[in-house]
Ligand binder design. Structure first.
Ligand code: DGY
Length: 328
């Protein structure tokens, strides 16, 4: 029987599924396993289920049996895909099952930043509701404004649908490849990165973290945005230059931001962004609902089992390593 080590606890149904197919070992520490602990526990493993743990050459060199690493996330910037290729290890992820949940969270941040929900909540709790001029409480509208989506994958589509059909927004997007069918379905306008930044009232970043997108939102990008615009990041923290974002928010070159992700996670309380009233912050909870996390865990389990049983074409193999499947 194949052996699978999970670096994280799994829902009951996923454990039951895995036990029917593989010999399962689950890390039950409160913190993530260290490199040494991972090497020790996964020593004979054919497959690993994880999320966020770095899968690199140093680790792969110590795990000669390994055939598959299955991440319970759609993002896989913690995979060194070149090293995985060299070691012949297939990587899988969980696209599809989290799209609507992450799109909900994207809108949560847009609405919260626009209507200053966190600031207003604090005012009520601190007994400061009275005695202010009426316009003290004003925010800005989301409906019928212009949304710019950077990164038009499945989550981008789910955000665009909410924006166009629910909120009557004009939606611009920028993506490596054009999506004419999606454009037509929701009336989207494809445009350049720079044009999107200049025209959008809300700029939503949904790109994966790659060498191309690292630091994409830098000072030059924030300088292009309207001073009334709101920036929302639900991708990865490293797609944004946080110092440039801080300056843009502090000096009023953009209005506000909603952030689910940070350069370093958990972000330290000393992060200057946390001092600003015009920022809404969340602890990377884009996909964090019970149903969605259960679905992601089950898909991660099915992926690793499919690869180990020689049915890799049934698994959600990451695009960079799909050609390895043909060689299996
Ligand atoms: C993912 O799946 O990559 C998300 O960031 C997790 O919330």
């Amino acid at each position: 029987m194949h052996r699978v080590f999970s670096t994280r606890r799994l829902p009951e149904a996923t454990v039951a599924y895995l036990k029917n197919h593989v010999e399962l070992d689950i890390w039950d520490g409160t913190k993530r396993p260290t490199f040494e602990q991972l090497v020790e526990r996964a020593q004979t493993a054919d497959g690993i289920i994880t999320s966020g743990i770095s899968i690199d050459d140093a680790l792969l060199s110590k795990l000669p049996n390994l055939k598959c690493v299955s991440t319970s996330s759609v993002g896989y910037d913690h995979f060194d895909t070149a090293a995985m290729r060299r070691h012949g290890v297939i990587g899988t992820h969980t696209p599809g099952v989290l799209d609507e949940t992450v799109a909900d969270l994207t809108f949560t941040l847009m609405l919260a930043a626009a209507r200053r929900v966190v600031e207003m909540d604090a005012i009520v709790r601190q007994g400061k509701w009275h005695g202010k001029p009426e316009n003290f409480y004003f925010g800005v509208d989301v409906h019928h404004r212009t949304l710019g989506i950077i990164g038009m994958g499945r989550i981008g589509e789910a955000v665009a649908r909410r924006a166009a059909l629910g909120f009557g927004m004009d939606v611009l997007y920028h993506n490596r490849t054009r999506k004419p069918e999606v454009e037509q379905r929701f009336g989207l306008e494809y445009t350049s990165f720079e044009d999107l930044l200049r025209r959008a009232d809300f700029v939503v970043l949904l790109t994966p973290l790659t060498e191309e997108t690292r630091g994409l939102m830098n000072q030059a990008a924030f300088d292009l945005m309207k001073s009334s615009a709101i920036f929302v990041n639900v991708s990865r923290g490293l797609t944004v230059d946080e110092d440039a974002l801080y300056n843009a928010l502090k000096n009023g070159s953009i209005r506000a931001a909603g952030l689910d992700v940070f350069r370093e996670e958990p972000t330290p309380v000393s992060n200057p962004l946390l001092q600003l009233d015009n920022v809404v912050v969340l602890p990377h909870i884009g996909s964090a609902t019970q149903t969605t996390r259960d679905d992601m865990a089950m898909l991660a389990a099915k992926n690793v089992v499919a690869v180990l049983e020689g049915r890799a074409s049934d698994a959600k193999v990451i695009s960079e390593l799909r050609d390895l499947v043909k060689e299996c």
